[in-house]
Design a binder for this molecule. Sequence first.
Ligand code: SF4
Length: 347
Amino acid sequence: MTMTGQEALALLEHEDILRLGQAANEMRNRIHGKEIVTFIIDRNINYSNICESECKFCAFYRRKGDKGAYLLPTETILDKVRETVACGGTQVMIQGGLHPDLELSYYTDLLRSIKKIANITIHSFTPTEIVYWSKKSGYSVKEVLLRLQEAGLDSLPGGGAEILVDEIRRRVSPKKIMTDEWLGVMETAHSIGMQSTATMVIGLGETLAQRIEHMEKVKALQEKTGGFRAFITWTYQPGNTELGGEKTSAWDYLRTLATTRLYLDNIKHIQGSWVTTGQNIGQITLGFGANDLGSIMLEENVVRAAGTAYEMSVNKMVRMIEDAGKTAAQRNTEYDILRVFDRKDGR
Ligand code: SF4
């Protein structure tokens, strides 16, 4: 029987952390087996940092005309895609902000140009951009998604969710889409066969009950569409942001991660985060319900802008997984395993 939100909240609030981790680990092992931990070779291409949304927790964006504001030339973006393929990458994430001067046709042209030069999965943009382009172009959200899909967009990342409670969103990102719009874009994407991930950012001053409320909304939509492949919890990085504040503790992160595994029983994959928490905590997530460590992150300017720079090669990722007593496997966007790394190959 599936766990209720109330039960999940009781676990998150009161359960002993080791018992919580153990229960999440047992569930992870039942779903995925004990051994394999997956990761993907992909690249985040931050094509521009110009954004109108001005979220208070974001250290990445610049206003148009600000020092350091940029838009990469298309040829530079394509070179980065070529490099990704040369490194064995199977996915690119094109990520930026809400650029006031770029029309939907810029993005459809870009997607077509990428598909022309590379056989690569494009897992890009977020519901925030989709709604922005819908308002700008006058097309419905569905029409925007169909046009992007037709041009080559394969999959939609779950970014921009932060905490799906409007009270929090109004405080930390008042210009950004609200909860229903985020969920609506995801539902529409799933309805046209475009799968996605779902994310949550903790440490924005939300209560534990509001985290559970976020999970409840994602779980209910998943019940309806089945379109979320994975759930990813990130920790807020306060460095260089308007919102400021403190980083949430590893203790809090691990408790939340384990609760997501136990409560979100209709979402298959739980991704552990090493990008915002560091490699050591990344390893510990593998005992707290995570079965995937996401990307080797060939490029991640958004997190780096907040002062957290963890760069990683494939070898380092494999070692991190092996040092946690697991076997590393490269996956694609759909979570199919492409290559299992032999633990005796001297790495
Ligand atoms: S989080 Fe995204 S939408 Fe918000 S300011 Fe940063 S780039 Fe823009």
